[in-house]
Design a protein around this ligand. Structure first.
Ligand code: NDP
Ligand code: GDR
Length: 355
């Protein structure tokens, strides 16, 4: 009998990579997707089979993290061996604009799933993974950040995820659930959402390279992040749920880089060197060859409270899970820029403007 997994957030970046990984491992994969007025399954269309096929291995259910009855019904129907709770309003800046919704989906959402496991008496069968985040560390207390570093969340998103983290720990301790947190540092890919900084940069670099855009507008260039590849991190999620005893794990590369440095690396892949002039909101990135301004700072993208420095210590995951990130930042940037040059070219060719 193949194992059965339920992935919330299956239409997102991580959901797509995880579904692919679990299908390759022989799982039957159920995913929850939101109803949308337009198609929202672009990231998993290549994995999806006609539901009328005899034995589909990827099955989608409509649902929402804010709807407890729906979640209970789906969990009851699926009877999963493993639940990966990846669904969330995952954009930090957007959480300042939609704090209550973010709390409902990102904090109470995991509670609803944990309760579903209890209500349905699945605590001996179903293992639970909660998508926790390095944003929990927020204000820098100590670096590198590990499972024992104190939390100090700095956004409504991070505060909501703090509840998700602790309710997962609490249900493990109170009811003996096999429930684990992956405290994942930033991970990116060619299918990263377009409004996260890495993808915004690689799409912008591609459009500038093809002569379709003049400039990228960014916020805080000094923020430092520990960026890995999503493909490597979903492997870590799976390994976390294969442990005999549930626990919490940091997944990170152990390196940190500024947003400014990510910009330089991305432009370098199109043969452009960026020189920086001015500082603060006046800072611009100028193309060394042409003198054109390719990057401008726009305070609109500054956050009311920022997370300045993230660098993870993945020693526990190395030792206990045998997990290591495989993709270097340079390879990640190269893959993202190449994919976006192809994407932007295709989009423009489709509307008859060949580039
Ligand atoms: P994405 O934003 O790409 O995907 C989020 C997924 O959640 C999408 O499928 C989205 O659906 C779905 N979703 C959002 N709100 C709801 C809701 N109310 N009900 C049901 N589904 C919902 O995020 P990632 O794949 O990058 O991240 C996966 C998880 O990991 C998230 O919980 C995120 O907070 C967390 N995380 C991510 C990190 C990263 O660097 N990527 C690092 C640490 C944690 P739709 O497609 O319709 O929008
Ligand atoms: P983050 O990712 O907030 O770390 O959350 P994001 O890519 O949005 O920001 C990273 C850093 O870049 C700075 N920045 C900008 N960010 C965006 N989005 N747009 C800009 O124009 C811009 N300019 C500078 C930000 O201020 C920030 O410091 C991501 C999400 O995937 C979360 O769900 C996840 O929990 C964490 O990573 C780990």
């Amino acid at each position: 009998m193949s194992k059965v997994a339920l992935i919330t957030g299956v239409t997102g970046q991580d959901g797509a990579y995880l579904a692919e990984l679990l299908l390759a491992k022989g799982y039957t994969v159920h995913g929850i997707k939101r109803r949308s007025s337009s198609f929202n399954t672009g990231r998993i269309d290549h994995l999806y089979q006609d539901p009328h096929d005899e034995d589909p291995r990827l099955i989608l259910h409509h649902g929402d993290m804010t709807d407890a009855t729906n979640l209970i019904r789906v969990v009851q129907e699926v009877q999963p061996d493993e639940i990966y709770n990846l669904a969330a309003q995952s954009h930090v800046q957007v959480s300042f604009e939609t704090p209550e919704y973010t709390a409902n989906a990102d904090a109470i959402g995991p509670l609803r799933l944990l309760e579903a496991i209890r209500i349905l008496n699945l605590q001996d069968k179903t293992r639970f993974y909660q998508a926790s985040t390095s944003e929990l560390y927020g204000m820098v207390q100590q670096v590198p950040q590990s499972e024992t570093t104190p939390f100090y969340p700095r956004s409504p998103y991070a505060v909501a995820k703090l509840y998700g983290y602790w309710i997962t720990v609490n249900y493990r301790e109170a009811y003996g659930l096999h429930a684990s947190n992956g405290i994942l540092f930033n991970h990116e890919s060619p299918i990263r959402g377009e409004t996260f900084v890495t993808r915004k940069i690689t799409r912008g670099v591609a459009a500038i390279h093809l002569g379709l855009q003049n400039c990228i507008h960014l916020g805080n260039l000094d923020a430092r992040r520990d960026w890995g590849h999503a493909r490597d991190y979903v492997e870590g999620m799976w390994r976390i749920l294969q442990q005999e005893v549930a626990d919490d794990y940091v997944l990170a590369t152990g390196e940190t880089h500024t947003v400014r440095s990510f910009v330089e690396k991305a432009f370098a892949h199109t043969g452009r060197q960026i020189d920086w002039r001015g500082d603060g909101v006046e800072e611009v990135g100028v193309c060394a060859e042409t003198g054109k301004t390719f990057v401008k700072v726009d305070p609109r993208y500054f956050r009311p409270t920022e997370v300045d420095l993230l660098i993870g210590n993945p020693a526990r995951a190395h030792d206990r899970l045998g997990w290591r990130h495989k993709t270097s930042l340079d390879d990640l940037v190269a893959e993202m820029v190449a994919a976006d040059v192809a994407n932007v070219r295709r989009e423009h060719n489709q509307i008859g403007r060949h580039v």
